[in-house]
Ligand binder design. Structure first.
Ligand SMILES: Nc1ncnc2c1ncn2[C@@H]1O[C@H](COP(=O)(O)OP(=O)(O)OP(=O)(O)O)[C@@H](O)[C@H]1O
Ligand SMILES: [Mg+2]
Length: 168
């Protein structure tokens, strides 16, 4: 059985760090929305509704293709609202893949500190983006691994990996 790992969390909560550690363990297809956005819009990114729709259509399409090939998939995006997650939940169901949801968190002060420091990677999120997204988080309607990214990640990675492999 394949698995779709759906990450969720505010900017700097540690999604990309977690995804980069998990994907090789599962030999999963890693789909980072920020990277796909850069690929589709290399010159300038506007973060409009239309741009968002195109990025997520591409992410879902690639996820569907990987699952159809029998590969696990890790989706790295903020996915804060239920409606952001719905397409992936439906895709997992349609593909007969196990949905493994992971919510990354850290306290407000830690997130602000991380966002103020120079950042590696392709995310363009800064404190202003964080301010806009705060408070948009909606609870998950299904089981979810909660990860506080101040702790070592290994036990959470092992749990996510085990859930993905269960029933394989
Ligand atoms: N488990 C962790 N332990 C220590 N530092 C971490 C951890 N996870 C992330 N960080 C640090 O926090 C910063 C942001 O992490 P990361 O890029 O993984 O967040 P993100 O959730 O992907 O953010 P964005 O939504 O902007 O893409 C990085 O500088 C990283 O070094
Ligand atoms: Mg990221």
């Amino acid at each position: 059985m394949t698995a779709l790992v759906l990450l969720s969390g505010l900017p700097a909560s540690g999604k990309t760090t977690f995804a980069a550690a998990l994907a090789p363990r599962l030999r999963a297809r890693l789909l980072e929305s920020d990277r796909v956005r850069r690929e589709l819009f290399p010159r300038e990114r506007r973060y409009t509704r239309d741009e968002h729709a195109r990025v997520f259509a591409a992410v879902r399409e690639r996820a569907a293709a990987a699952l159809a090939e029998g590969r696990h998939v890790v989706v790295d995006a903020t996915n804060l609202r239920a409606r952001d997650r719905r397409g992936f939940v439906q895709l997992a169901r349609r593909s007969g893949a196990r949905l493994v949801a992971v919510r990354l968190t850290a306290p407000d002060a830690v997130l602000r500190q991380r966002l103020s420091a120079p950042r590696a990677g392709v995310s363009e999120a800064d404190v202003a983006v964080y301010e806009r997204m705060r408070g948009r988080e909606e609870p998950f309607a299904y089981p979810c691994i909660h990860v506080d990214s101040r702790w070592p990640l290994d036990p959470s990675l092992a749990l996510a990996e085990a859930l993905c492999r269960e029933g394989a």
